[in-house]
Design a protein around this ligand. Structure first.
Ligand code: SF4
Ligand code: SF4
Ligand code: SF4
Length: 246
């Protein structure tokens, strides 16, 4: 039986999500055994335009990116957005709140005029996206689960409840009781609340759950002495493209 052909592509990103795929170790062997990888710049030479599934990392930050993404879309029967940059716009959207000329000069100095840029956006703002794997970076196990589900013709289940649920299951002390703040109440679970377990707080990298209680989250943050700008900063770190961060 012919294996499913898959390809990996990247736009503006740190390539950390693709590295997670390469670091799959024993699961990678299973995944690679089940699919035919025809393009993966991070891991192999060669490229073919004949693929069924496209995994796309990174956000769209230039008008010229759009044509390339649309071309990928025409070849792929299934397009999967990989990580926060691709699913949300992610941290690249921080520049959307600055003057674009200022950002360009800041990064490229006196060569700024040679570089094109526009406000960053997620893939779904340009083409239809079939599946989204959240996280910065993606969770390796979740990626393997999505690939296995796709191969079985099933829709993978990405959690649609807040990080707080996993945080309680991990028996963490809530960071709000330790004079810290946290985006866990409005952020999609699936990471096992790892940042809180490791002594930090949730930065919101997996994006909002569907219908997040944003007003309540703002109230909680305000109650913990965060001013409007601080609250906006928390909402904009990963989800600056969404309406609630405007
Ligand atoms: S989501 Fe995070 S880890 Fe993945 S490419 Fe973007 S910045 Fe890198
Ligand atoms: S630490 Fe964050 S994720 Fe955990 S329960 Fe508190 S608010 Fe929720
Ligand atoms: S705890 Fe929050 S910031 Fe950390 S991985 Fe999970 S969703 Fe991302």
């Amino acid at each position: 039986m012919e294996k499913t052909k898959v390809a990996f592509f990247d736009f503006a990103s740190c390539e950390g999500c693709q590295l997670q795929v390469i670091n799959l170790e024993e699961d990678l062997l299973q995944v690679v055994g089940a699919v035919d990888v025809v393009s993966f710049r991070e891991a192999m030479k060669g490229h073919a335009n004949d693929y069924h599934v496209a995994f796309v990392e990174g956000s769209i930050t230039r008008r010229s990116d759009e044509a390339r993404l649309k071309d990928i879309r025409t070849h792929a029967k299934v397009l999967v957005a990989l990580g926060s940059c691709a699913t949300l716009g992610g941290i690249n959207c921080l520049k959307n709140f600055q003057e674009q000329d200022y950002v360009r000069k800041f990064v490229y100095g006196n060569k700024a005029s040679q570089y094109e840029t526009y406000p960053a956006r997620p893939l779904r703002a340009v083409v239809p996206v079939d599946l989204q794997i959240p996280g910065c970076p993606i969770n390796r196990k979740e990626f393997a689960m999505v690939v296995k589900a796709l191969l079985m013709g099933k829709r993978p289940e990405i959690p649609n409840y807040p990080v707080c649920v996993e945080c309680k299951m991990a028996e963490n002390i809530c960071v709000f009781d330790k004079d810290m703040t946290c985006m866990g109440p409005v952020t999609r679970a699936g990471c096992g609340a790892c940042c809180i377990t490791e002594g930090s707080f949730c930065w919101g990298c997996r994006g909002f759950v569907d219908d997040p209680n944003v007003d309540s989250q703002r109230e909680i943050l305000a109650k913990h002495q965060l001013g409007v700008q601080d609250i906006l900063r928390q909402f904009r770190l990963y989800t600056g493209f969404s309406e609630v961060a405007k």
